[in-house]
Design a protein around this ligand. Structure first.
Ligand SMILES: Cc1ncc(COP(=O)(O)O)c(C=O)c1O
Length: 371
């Protein structure tokens, strides 16, 4: 037999495949359940905006044509909504694609990449795939330790990557701290602030629009997605903001037509649907408080969350066991064994009804486990 793995480039064989949340249909099929809810992939519990849906259906009428490879209208919409310069925007099939491209463009065996411990799994994966040294810096009070990260930077540090708010932990660095941090990072080191969950903090004074610092910090890169608060995870669309030189590199590297016609149209319309976004954020903020109350009542520890999910520490209990029991009750959540966090579950915040079901199921399980 030919060993094709030995022909694969770089560190591809060193990484484990990405573990996605189980789809609802799979759980229904495998466990013979009809009523299943998914609180595992940080998706929007209200589906997608009706305006975005209509725009996507209309765009599909033109599905025989290639999409606009440069995403002119979406870039113009981002300019009119937020003032972002199209010269600084790269569009991707989800922000994940853009993070991959950035690493492919800049990371190699001669450099290192720094990220906080328990970061979004794609950062260590892409570091390894591209042959670089990964430096995972332990958290301080569940938060990125900016001083320790700075101390780990050397002349070979090509990228520092943060998710802010972080995933899977959910904590966030305030704009003030982030700004002071950026001032201390050498210009040769790119700082990627991955803001997949950024909208869930709108209204909180501790967080400003980081993109307004792009002029001041030429090494700053901001990544955003339409998958979470905008509810377009299945359509795959995100954008990356960076200086024009980096943007031009990413645009050269990306596949032509990487963002499909329905996704481009839906993203434009979603940016106009303020009502849907407000409803999403409002529900999330209110339900996050209910999760905190639930944890307090049941003597569980909830890590303070700034995202659309919560990480709950079940302390003496094995989180995987709880996740398995929940699965059999039709509730899909995300254990964090891949991160070696054996007692923590990550739960995406759902509608009030979905969250009630989670609370009831967990109380039943805890009662059983205590007996
Ligand atoms: C921190 C973070 N960044 C990026 C992504 C990728 O999202 P998408 O590719 O759907 O834009 C995710 C998805 O869960 C995430 O949690």
């Amino acid at each position: 037999m030919t060993q094709y793995s030995s022909f694969a480039n770089g560190g591809i064989t060193l990484i484990k495949p990405y573990q996605a949340g189980k789809p609802i249909e799979e759980v229904q099929r495998e466990l013979g359940l009809s009523d299943v809810i998914k609180l595992a992939s940080n998706e929007n519990p209200f589906g997608m905006s009706q305006m975005a849906k209509k725009a996507a259906f209309e765009a599909i009428e033109q599905g025989n044509l290639y999409p606009d490879s440069n995403g002119y209208y979406l870039k113009q919409k981002l300019k009119s909504k937020f003032g972002y310069d199209p010269e600084r925007i790269t569009l991707g099939a989800g922000s994940n694609e853009l993070i991959n491209l950035l690493f492919e463009a800049f990371v190699n065996r001669d450099v290192n990449v720094i990220f906080p411990e328990y970061s979004f799994v794609v950062y260590p994966m892409e570091t390894t795939v591209n042959g670089a040294e990964a430096r995972a810096i332990p958290l301080k009070n569940y938060c990125a330790d900016l001083d320790a990260i700075l101390a780990a930077v050397d002349s070979k540090t090509r990228i520092i990557a943060f998710a802010n708010p972080s995933n899977p932990i959910g904590t966030a660095i305030s704009s003030k701290d982030m700004y002071n941090f950026l001032k201390k990072v050498p210009k040769e080191t790119l700082v990627v602030i991955d803001e997949a969950y950024n909208e869930f903090n709108s209204g909180d004074d501790s967080f400003e629009d980081t993109a307004k610092w792009l002029d001041e910090f030429e090494n700053l890169i901001v990544s955003r997605t339409f998958s979470k608060a905008y509810g377009l995870a299945g359509l795959r669309v995100g954008y990356m903001l960076a200086n024009p030189e980096i943007t031009s590199i990413l645009n050269r590297l990306r596949a032509p037509f990487n963002v499909n016609i329905a996704a481009l149209a839906a993203a434009c319309a979603a940016l106009d649907d303020k009502e849907f976004l407000d409803k999403t954020v409002k529900n999330n903020t209110a339900e996050r408080v209910r999760y905190a109350e639930f944890c307090k009542k049941n003597n569980l520890f909830m890590i303070p969350s700034f995202a659309n999910f919560v990480a709950i520490d079940f302390k003496d209990y094995d989180a995987q066991q709880i996740a398995d029991r929940l699965l059999h009750m039709g509730v899909i959540v995300r254990p964090l064994l891949g991160y070696k966090l054996k007692t923590i579950l990550r739960i995406s915040i759902g509608t009030p009804k979905e969250n009630d079901r989670f609370f009831e199921c967990v109380e039943t399980i805890l009662k059983d486990m205590k007996n």
